[in-house]
Design a protein around this ligand. Structure first.
Ligand code: SF4
Length: 304
């Protein structure tokens, strides 16, 4: 893992994510290295690491809290900022640099709302601070309850048991939480019950919570809206052309899977953004995935 200290000219970036007017990314690059990461495109904004594999480098914006303070001083109104959209704000380097914490302190000082999206239990380090912030939401990514699957999909991200333990801590700190999934609502609810986490979640969104169906984009939009995420930050993964057409109509990244009903070349007429030929991880999750929508912090799954 290569860590490089850099400086930045901007901290707040305008966002179209519902519920978050701005995003803040203290780091460029993400050492979690998730296989499905949608943020790989960020390499092209790096001077040093354009050709490096995603997950092998992190650029540390050492002055971001100072820049953020300067920007907030100029804002007339407070609103909400999300940490983060193209990195995990609590990836391992945060333990050393504490940039996310420094940004939270500035946001608190200016009375801004805060939305955190992470895979890392390191967020619990900042519970003392978050308890005193204005309007805080903490979102955790827990795409599977099977840590063997996690090891395939998110090889360098924290193990699932550690994330579940962190969820308990976050809840105990009085911070509101929810789960969003496109699994059947009842199935997702059952899973939460089995894990004994249903009592911690205020929101559960399931696959059947949309009246229109693929290839119409409505179900995908509804999932994105209720997630509070822009479609542009969502990838929809499916095994038939309707999945791909729905994803494209919704403005999401369309990903075809070639191991279920049709091989990848039969999906090409629908023009997916990419096709996946290595099924093991997704097959392990759902048996045979009909559709998986991947958002920064959530994986939504519908089965055939
Ligand atoms: S999906 Fe999120 S946590 Fe995983 S590598 Fe990408 S930015 Fe990091």
């Amino acid at each position: 893992m290569r860590t490089l200290e850099i400086t930045t000219k901007t901290a707040l970036v305008r966002s179209r994510i519902p519920g978050a007017a701005y995003v803040i990314n203290p780091y460029t690059g993400c050492s979690h290295g998730c296989r499905y990461c949608y943020a790989v495109f960020m390499r092209r904004y790096s001077r040093q690491h354009q050709a490096w594999p995603w997950g092998s480098f992190v650029e540390v914006k050492t002055n971001i809290a100072q820049v953020l303070r300067r920007e907030l001083t100029r804002k007339r109104r407070s609103t909400t900022a999300m940490l983060s959209s193209v990195c995990d704000p609590y990836q391992p380097v945060e333990a050393r640099y504490r940039l996310t914490r420094a940004c939270l302190e500035v946001l608190r000082e200016y009375g801004w709302g805060i939305e955190i999206l992470t895979r890392s239990p390191l967020v619990t380090r900042d519970l003392d601070l978050l308890r005193t912030c204005f309007d805080v939401t903490v979102g955790f990514s827990i795409p599977t309850d099977d840590d063997r699957v996690r090891a395939v999909l998110e090889p360098m991200a924290p193990p699932i048991p550690e994330r579940l333990a962190a969820l308990r801590d976050v809840h105990a700190a009085g911070i509101r939480m929810g789960v969003v999934t496109s699994k059947k609502h009842a199935l997702a609810a059952q899973t939460l019950e089995l894990l004994d986490y249903a009592r911690f979640m205020e929101v559960l969104i399931g696959e059947e919570d949309s009246p229109r169906h693929k290839p119409h984009p409505d179900p995908l939009w509804q999932a994105a809206t209720q997630l509070g995420v822009s479609p542009q930050y969502t990838a929809y993964v499916g095994d038939n052309p309707d999945d791909i057409l729905a994803a494209r109509a919704a403005g999401m990244v369309a990903v075809g899977v070639g191991w279920c009903v049709r091989p990848c070349h039969e999906l090409q007429s629908a023009q997916p953004n990419l096709c996946i030929d290595t099924p093991e991880a997704l097959l392990t999750i759902v048996g045979c995935a009909a559709a998986v929508a991947v958002k920064k912090s959530y994986i939504l799954i519908a089965t055939t």
